[in-house]
Ligand binder design. Structure first.
Ligand code: CP3
Length: 354
């Protein structure tokens, strides 16, 4: 791997994380023990998270390096997962670029005003690199404690960001964004280019500060046809990824309900693909051609089922994952806030012994 543009003391360069199970698996080299981490492992399922967050708004917590670092480390200490994912949010770089966005508990990102017209998009400002200092500081504090466990940096893909920007908040079908790409392709191009640059810069800051892998979340891409995805979305995901390809870390790409898009999502430049729980993992592996490392896909609904039911499901996921060159066990989507955290710890032990 070529890491010439990473600092010599980066964990991928100085030997700390390059041979870790997660990094090996993302690169298609199956480690002896199957690695596991959970999307949204840091957050409301943990009492220690809820205690730390009292009195601090979500975005303020993301921009406080001490807090973001401590919250990132909480699930790693508790569950012995094979990776930590940096505690932040996909809308943080939008906020740092001056967008009026807040995260409303129980709802998600909400904008002061939606961004839909050519004039709205023209008024968007670039993200000044200095604004990313709290992100780099939070990452650096975190990797100083993680030792040989890799930190995964992440960013939202341009379409998922656009789904919030154009709608002005969470939506079910992301209909306005899906209309805009056809109704006003020039404005769509300008918006998606801006989003790709801003989210790419956010990802780059995390990698340079010490993250050893990158996950691009296109959570809402599953609302798109393959034709729309390929023509109006994939080029901008590629552009976002181009901000970090010179750094040589592995990239995993994930979306919800993307069974029809898996190959196209790989083709934007991903080393590994995350698969949600709507298709069996071995079917996803087959659709990817059998030669792509995968991540997934425990059904989050089963976290609240009796242990015997969940245990059989986890073992089935591990078994189906053997069809891929390598497999990182994860959920099909994030940890639900009401999850009993002890169940997650039990899954880690089970996967490691399977
Ligand atoms: O442990 C981790 O996975 C790292 C942290 C993380 C958060 N958001 C923290 C968070 C990550 C990777 C994200 C990414 C994110 N944010 C995505 C992509 C991943 C996915 O789940 O599909 C998306 C779509 C968002 C937008 C967003 N932010 C939503 C939908 C919500 C939930 C709203 C709610 O309250 O239910 C958020 C808020 C958010 N991001 C929380 C956390 C821990 C909850 C805020 C809180 O604790 O009050």
């Amino acid at each position: 791997m070529n890491h010439v543009n990473l600092p010599a003391e980066h964990p991928l360069v100085d030997g700390r994380t390059a041979a870790s199970p997660v990094i090996r698996a993302y690169r298609g080299d199956r480690p002896p023990v199957t690695p596991v981490w959970f999307m949204r492992q840091a957050g409301r399922s943990l009492p220690e998270y809820r205690a730390l967050r009292v009195g601090t708004a979500m975005l303020d917590a993301c921009l406080d390096p001490e807090l973001s670092s401590e919250i990132t480390l909480q699930p790693w200490r508790r569950h012995a997962v094979d990776a930590a994912i940096f505690f932040s949010d996909i809308v943080v770089p939008l906020k740092l670029a001056g967008v009026d966005v807040d995260i409303v508990a129980g709802r998600g990102p909400v904008l002061g005003a939606p961004i839909r017209s050519a004039a709205d998009v023209a008024a968007l400002r670039p993200l000044h690199p200095d604004a990313l200092a709290p992100i780099g500081a939070g990452v650096a504090r975190t990797v100083a404690q993680l030792g040989s466990t890799p930190l995964i940096g992440f960013a939202g893909a341009p379409f998922t960001l656009a789904a919030y920007l154009v709608e002005g908040g969470p939506s079910k079908d992301h209909l306005r964004a899906r209309t805009l790409m056809h109704a006003d392709p020039a404005t769509w191009h300008a918006l998606m280019t801006w989003a790709a640059d801003v989210t790419g810069a956010f990802l780059r800051a995390q990698i340079l500060a010490g993250a050893s892998a990158a996950q691009l979340f296109d959570s809402w891409a599953g609302s798109l046809s393959l034709a729309d995805y390929t023509a109006h979305v994939a080029p901008y995901s590629k552009l976002a990824i181009s901000h970090v390809t010179d750094l040589g870390m592995p990239i995993v790409h994930f979306g919800v309900g993307t069974g029809e898009l898996l190959g196209a999502m790989r083709d934007v430049g991903a080393d590994a693909v995350g698969i949600d729980d709507r298709i069996p993992l071995d079917e996803g592996i087959r659709r990817l051609g059998g030669n792509v490392p995968v991540q997934g896909n425990i059904n989050p609904a089963l976290l609240a089922a009796p242990w015997e039911v969940l245990e059989a499901h986890v073992l089935d996921v591990v078994e189906r994952g053997r069809a891929a060159p390598a497999h990182v066990v994860n959920l099909g989507h994030g940890v639900p806030p009401e999850t009993d955290p002890d169940v997650l710890s039990r899954i880690v032990a089970l996967v490691h012994s399977a």
